[in-house]
Design a protein around this ligand. Structure first.
Ligand code: FES
Length: 107
């Protein structure tokens, strides 16, 4: 068995799954998508390790903000973001450094 595998990820973004459930979607064009899915779709990212960046839902991160979702950029792990529903996804992608390198937003 291999001891490692390659990925195309330029960064790994961790999104709290429990926060996402608590805000009941709140993102995407109709405001009914969970943040991780809405961000992946907004940036037209492929799935899995073939994607240019990884956006993955993880278990509770221990912050549990009211009315927001905890998000961590693995490359900037000293500052965690608390993202409110209906946040501008371009703005969020910029804060997460997802607009640099190979990840491009639509349009
Ligand atoms: S529920 Fe999201 S950080 Fe705890």
């Amino acid at each position: 068995m291999k001891d490692h595998v390659q990925s195309n990820w330029s960064s790994a973004i961790l999104v709290c799954r429990k926060c996402s459930k608590k805000v009941e979607g709140g993102f995407g064009p109709d405001g009914d998508e969970r943040l991780a899915k809405a961000l992946r779709r907004h940036l037209k990212l492929k799935k899995g390790r073939k994607a240019a960046a990884g956006i993955v839902e993880v278990n509770c991160l221990g912050i549990c903000p009211k009315g927001a979702v905890t998000v961590i950029n693995g490359a900037q792990s000293r500052e965690w973001l608390l993202v409110r529903p209906c946040a501008d996804l371009d703005d969020l992608a910029r804060k997460l450094d997802l607009l640099a390198g190979e990840v491009h937003p639509p349009g």
